[in-house]
Design a protein around this ligand. Structure first.
Ligand SMILES: Nc1nc2c(ncn2[C@@H]2O[C@H](COP(=O)(O)OP(=O)(O)OP(=O)(O)O)[C@@H](O)[C@H]2O)c(=O)[nH]1
Ligand SMILES: [Mg+2]
Ligand SMILES: [Zn+2]
Length: 287
C-alpha cells in the first residue's frame, strides 16, 4: 500500500481531514488507539488511515483528572479571543497564558467587538495582561479584522476563547472562502450550545496557518509538571530559586521570595492563587 504524507487540517473526535502534499484532501481515521493526533500534525496515511505522526515541536492540550482534549500541534502562538458582551473569565485568560508558556508559544489577546459599548471596560480589565508583557490587539471581526494580520504573519496560531467571542467570525474575515459557521450570541447561548464543534486549520499563506477551535468554558492544565508550572508564570520567574526551601510551594513557607513579591505588589494575588489551584489539579491528574 502506498504511503502519503500530509498535514492534519480538521479534527472531530477520531475523524480527521488530511491535506496531502499533492494538494488532495483525505478523510481519515486513526489506526490503533495509541496514536494521538491533532490539527497541525504532519502525518503519514495509508488507505484512509493515519499510521504515523511526525515528531512535534509542541502539543497544546487540555486535561483534567478524567479526560484530555488535544487542541493543536506545532503551535507557535495562542491567540485568545475576548469580547465585552459576554463577560471575560479572567481565570481562563490566565490559564491560556500558562498553556502558551508551557508550550513555548507566544501569547496574544485579540480584543474583539471594539464596536460594542463596554469595550473600554474590557480594555481596562486586560491591562494586567499587558503589564505581564502580552500584547492586546483591539479589533472588530465584523468591521475590520486587519489589526490581527501582522500578528498572524509567519505564525502557527490557534484561536481559543469562550463561546460567542467571535473566533469563527474572525476566521471568516481573515480567510477568504473559509465558510466557518457562526451564530448570534443570544441564539447560541439560548440553545446552550457551541457553534463550532470541530477543530479546523486554515492555511493563510505558505508560512502561516490559523486554527478555529470550539468555544471552551474550562481549560485544564493537569498535565503540566509542577516544577514547570511556576516557570510558566512569567512574572514569577525572577523570584524562583530564591526561596529558603528548594521545594517551596510558595504557600505558607517562611522566606518565600514569591509570596514576598506578592506582598510588595510585584505579583498579583490571583496569579499566585491560580498557581496553587493548578498544582492541586496536576496532583489530582497524576493520581
Ligand atoms: N458587534 C460585533 N459582533 C461580532 C463581532 N465579531 C463577532 N460578532 C458576533 O458574535 C457572534 C458569535 O460569533 P462566532 O464567531 O460564532 O463566535 P465563536 O467564538 O466562534 O463561538 P463558538 O464557535 O461557539 O466558540 C456572532 O453573532 C457574530 O456576528 C464584532 O466584531 N462585533
Ligand atoms: Mg466558532
Ligand atoms: Zn516560595
Amino acid at each position: 500500500m502506498t504511503t502519503q504524507a500530509g498535514l492534519v487540517v480538521a479534527a472531530q473526535r477520531r475523524h480527521f481531514d488530511v491535506l496531502l502534499d499533492n494538494g488532495a484532501r483525505a478523510a481519515c481515521l486513526v489506526r490503533g488507539r495509541r496514536l494521538r493526533i491533532a490539527v497541525g500534525d504532519r502525518v503519514d496515511i495509508e488507505g484512509g488511515a493515519i499510521v504515523a505522526v511526525a515528531p512535534r515541536k509542541n502539543l497544546v492540550w487540555r486535561s483534567d483528572a478524567f479526560k484530555e482534549k488535544l487542541v493543536a500541534a506545532n503551535v507557535s502562538q495562542i491567540a485568545a479571543v475576548v469580547a465585552p458582551d459576554l463577560g471575560v473569565d479572567e481565570d481562563l485568560v490566565s490559564r491560556w497564558t500558562i498553556a502558551a508558556e508551557a508550550a513555548g508559544a507566544r501569547f496574544v489577546v485579540l480584543a474583539n467587538k471594539s464596536d460594542q459599548s463596554g469595550f473600554d471596560g474590557l480594555r481596562e480589565r486586560l491591562r494586567p495582561y499587558e503589564a505581564l508583557g502580552y500584547a492586546v490587539v483591539p479589533l472588530s471581526a465584523t468591521r475590520d479584522a486587519s489589526p490581527a494580520l501582522p500578528w498572524l504573519r509567519a505564525q502557527h496560531t490557534v484561536l481559543v476563547g469562550q463561546s460567542g467571542m467571535g473566533k469563527s467570525t474572525l476566521i471568516n474575515a481573515l480567510v477568504p472562502g473559509a465558510g466557518a459557521r457562526t451564530t448570534p450570541v443570544s441564539a447560541a447561548l439560548g440553545a446552550g450550545r457551541h457553534t463550532t464543534t470541530s477543530t479546523t486549520l486554515y492555511p493563510l499563506d505558505g508560512a502561516s496557518w490559523i486554527v478555529d477551535s470550539p468555544g471552551m468554558k474550562v481549560f485544564g492544565l493537569a498535565h503540566i509538571d509542577p516544577v514547570e508550572l511556576a516557570h510558566a508564570f512569567v512574572e514569577m520567574r525572577p523570584y524562583l530559586g530564591h526561596c529558603r526551601f528548594r521545594d517551596c510551594r510558595h504557600a505558607a513557607e517562611p522566606d518565600c521570595a514569591v509570596t514576598a513579591a506578592v506582598d510588595k505588589g510585584a505579583i498579583a494575588p490571583h496569579r499566585l492563587a491560580l498557581l496553587h489551584t493548578l498544582a492541586v489539579e496536576a496532583a489530582a491528574g497524576r493520581r
